[in-house]
Ligand binder design. Structure first.
Ligand code: PLP
Length: 484
């Protein structure tokens, strides 16, 4: 007869020990895996049966298939040679907290469905707010990703601009406008689409030579929209853009927002953690005047994916925008407690605060600052190697831990450089030792090295540079027409 009920306690204990041992070995030697998977499209699907098993299988067999089929198809974000995008770091305390959260399976939609999860979220975000220098006026909410945090922030801006949004939607509204720099993350435009504002309401402001938003162009765009009868609603300033980590001038942008009564959202998804460092505070000047701010601990605060924080000065607006309570979710303590379902689109809420709390306690503020400072030192060191090599060229400043550069020997014509760098990137990534990503800056293909993985040390950065130099020499020897 088919067994019912869960895995028994002894089997669970045995398998859990095996898995913890596996993870501990994996984290001790992530380099034994290729950082970028060499899987081809369809490889993993083809290796798996088309339908689920009719009868249950021993965990042993399932785990063997995990090792044989799944692991080779992974790109290893825990690898110290992961320099692409912004690495997410699954730190030890973060993994342990996630394990506990999975075991507890808490769903914190209401205070009573888990008082500790609700209150720990408040307390931990209060700690984080103080660490990055925000005043007590800010409340906070944890979501999964920055894209969702920004969606919620812009939904608040829409509520303020269109007070009848809940009853009549956008009807009768004339051209809502949201302003953000050319280099802002695509999640801003996605939010604009989802909120019914439409891409006609998306206003990209040009950037200056340092790739920061031009404030006079912002002011001009707002004035033009006002004279045309459109409705400016919000400005998104980015502190640490995705391509180069450039920082928009938040304080002057806050002045513009105050003058025109606009919602200011600061996207500090990657760089926000650096506000914990006194030497970086200048970059975040004015952030304390924002209406909302997003910071992703899963980007540069050693938190396993996923955890994004939205700090909001107008929690009443967030509540007004997202609270909708059916009878079956009413509780007697409701007016006195916070119910997390009231500040977001989701009803169900994972216990994400546990990992941030354990990480802040385990490393301490000084431990986190030391790790962030080390990543910035490593990025500057890499940038110094780029600067000193006449075959390479740096393409942006390095305010934090990302370096944008390319191979650009004087003898190679400009029009051949994109193809050359593409080839170089492919060769370096094919090594399986490092993984870098790319971007385009002023039409030029730029390679991008981001140091934010907690296991990355100077030797890994040096290895990346040696590999780049070696592969560049090979690419250049195979084709290098003279620059005219
Ligand atoms: N904002 C910035 C500045 C980013 O760099 C990114 C992603 O890299 C995002 C937002 C989106 O992040 P998420 O994947 O958490 O939605």
């Amino acid at each position: 007869m088919t067994r019912v009920g869960d895995m028994d306690a002894e089997e669970f204990r045995r398998e859990a020990h095996r898995i913890v041992d596996w993870i501990a070995d994996y984290l001790a030697h992530p380099e034994k895996f290729r950082v970028l998977s060499s899987a081809r499209p369809g490889d993993i699907r083809d290796a798996l049966p088309a339908s689920a098993p009719e009868h249950g299988e021993p965990f042993d067999r399932v785990f063997a298939d995990f090792e044989r089929t799944i692991v080779p198809g992974l790109t290893h974000w825990n690898h110290p040679g992961f320099f692409a995008y912004f690495a997410t770091s699954a730190s030890g305390p973060g993994i342990l907290a996630e394990t506990l959260a999975a075991g507890l399976n808490v769903q914190a939609m209401l205070w009573r469905t888990s008082p500790a999860a609700t209150e720990l979220e408040d307390v931990t975000l209060g700690w984080l707010a103080r660490l990055i220098g925000l005043p007590p006026a800010f409340g906070g909410v944890i979501y999964d990703t920055a894209s969702i945090s920004t969606l919620h922030a812009l939904a608040c801006a829409r509520t303020v601009s269109v007070p009848h949004i809940r009853s009549r939607g956008l009807s009768g509204t004339r051209g809502l406008r949201v302003y953000f720099s050319e280099d802002a993350h695509s999640s801003v435009e996605k939010a604009i689409v989802l909120l019914g504002i439409g891409l006609d309401g998306a206003c990209r402001i040009p950037v200056d030579a340092r790739r920061a938003m031009r404030v006079e162009a912002l002011e001009r765009a707002i004035e033009e929209d006002l004279s045309a009868g459109r409705t400016p609603a919000a400005v998104v300033a980015t502190a640490g853009t995705t391509s180069t980590t450039a920082v928009d001038p938040v304080a002057p942008i806050a002045d513009v927002c105050r003058r025109h009564d606009l919602w200011l959202h600061v996207d500090a998804a990657y760089a926000g953690a650096a506000a914990m460092l006194p030497e970086c505070r200048q970059w975040f000047d004015g952030m304390e005047r924002a209406d909302s701010i997003v910071i992703n601990p899963h980007k540069w605060l050693f938190t396993p994916f996923d955890l994004s924080v939205l700090f909001c000065r107008r929690m009443d607006v967030l509540h007004e925008t997202f609270s909708l309570v059916p009878e079956y979710l009413r509780t007697p303590e409701s007016p006195r407690v916070r119910n997390l379902m009231d500040t977001g689109i989701q009803l169900g809420r994972r216990f994400r605060a546990l990992k941030l709390w354990m990480i802040l306690r385990y490393f301490g503020a000084d431990g986190i600052r030391a790790r962030l400072a080390e990543h910035m030192r490593l990025a500057r060191l890499f940038a110094s190697w780029v600067d000193a090599d006449q075959d390479f060229e740096r393409l942006a400043d390095v305010p934090f831990s990302v370096v944008c550069f390319r191979c650009a020997p004087a003898r190679v014509p400009e029009q051949a450089l994109d193809a050359l760098n593409e080839q170089l990137l492919d060769r370096v990534n094919a090594s399986g030792e490092v993984f870098l990503s790319h971007t385009k800056l002023d039409g030029k293909l730029a390679l991008r090295l981001a140091v934010c993985q907690i296991r990355t040390t100077e030797s890994h950065v040096a290895q990346a540079w040696e590999l780049l130099s070696r592969e560049a020499a090979i690419v250049l020897s195979s084709a290098s027409p003279e620059r005219p």
